[in-house]
Design a protein around this ligand. Structure first.
Ligand SMILES: [Zn+2]
Length: 333
């Protein structure tokens, strides 16, 4: 029933593995007629709600400079304050927001989160505060540079008291590219490089990317990729789930809402969208309030109408398996 063999051409430079900055890269496809894989499954026949995940990647250049230096600490603190502001806006809108940091910001947290700093966040480090007081989900994100792989990042989250996620927060999906991230290695637990005793198995793929996101796949839905050469084929017995990122942020979500409304996609077929709210936007002047006005407010309006659900990748996986019966949907116009 699937029809999704296709290939893309690509750019080369690696900016952010699977950061899913859809706005910068989305192909401008017509959103009309199309295929959708999968059939509506048990118990899901009436569900026609677009599942949206807002996330933020903190890259391995953040904070700037050498760990322990004054510029590094200033950079850490500047982003720290802005992250808390964004989380506060998201919570006020009753929206979920996901933070996916790479190793450097986490090592910075281990250095800088002392009692004096934690006094400003209910005695908790930044990440525990974001999770426990502001409802932020925290997943690992890794470009696997600087001697840290995904398992190491997951381990750093454990050390900071916010471990447990099995989300692989971004990867290059295309096996023909030199940057291909070999997602299929996550079918078994992997050891860390920096922390060789640490073991971690990721089982949720998000934001299948291309280098610089110049040709990211336009896909919405949930499935279990069959193998590296058949990424967009569902293998029901597969032990790794993937979610399509779709494109165009809030406007893209409205496109998906319309697909249910006009019957292109049937209730029970889960449609998904997710994108990266970049740190550069967060630390910009009036960044958090601008994000609130341009992203959170319109998204919350769609949620209020019952057309959209705001979630995180772990909760989404559970919902797909229970409420959608684990039925694959691979919507690729
Ligand atoms: Zn990245």
């Amino acid at each position: 029933m699937n029809d999704r063999l296709f290939s893309f051409a690509f750019g080369v430079l690696l900016a952010c593995v699977g950061c899913g900055d859809a706005a910068a890269v989305a192909p401008s496809s017509a959103a009309s007629s199309s295929s959708s894989g999968g059939a509506g499954g048990g118990g899901a026949a009436t569900l026609a709600v677009v599942e949206v995940v807002l996330f933020t990647h903190i890259e391995d250049q953040s904070p700037v400079g050498e760990l322990g230096s004054a510029p590094s600490k200033a950079s850490y603190l500047g982003l720290r304050g802005a992250l808390i502001e964004v989380a506060t806006f998201a919570k006020a809108r009753k929206l979920s927001w996901v933070l996916q940091p790479d190793w450097k910001y986490l090592e910075a947290a281990r250095l800088y989160e002392d009692d004096a700093l934690k006094a400003s966040t209910n005695g908790k480090n930044l990440f525990v505060h974001l999770r426990d007081d502001l409802g932020v989900a925290i997943d690992p994100h890794s470009h696997e540079k600087g001697g840290y792989n995904y398992t190491d990042v997951a381990h750093l989250l454990e050390l900071l008291g916010v471990g447990g996620s099995t989300v692989i927060g971004g990867h290059i999906w295309d096996p023909s590219l030199p940057e291909f991230a070999e997602w299929d290695r996550f079918r078994v637990p992997l050891a860390g490089m920096k922390f060789p005793a640490a073991l971690w198995r990721g089982d949720i793929l998000i934001g299948a990317g291309t280098p610089n996101h110049v040709n990211d796949p336009l896909v919405s839905g949930a499935w279990r990729p069959q193998d590296r050469d058949h990424y967009f084929d569902d293998a029901p017995a597969g032990n790794i789930v993937a979610f399509g990122a779709w494109h165009d942020q809030v406007a893209g979500v409205e496109e998906l809402v319309a697909l249910y409304a006009d019957g292109t996609v049937k209730p029970g077929q889960m449609l998904t969208a997710s994108w990266n709210i970049e740190p550069s936007a967060i630390v910009a002047k009036d960044g958090p309030s601008t994000i609130d006005a341009t992203v959170f407010e319109p998204l919350a309006a769609l949620v209020a109408k019952g057309l959209v659900e705001s979630t995180d990748f772990t909760s989404l996986t559970q919902r797909w398996q229970t409420d959608f019966g684990g039925q694959a949907t691979i919507y690729k116009p």
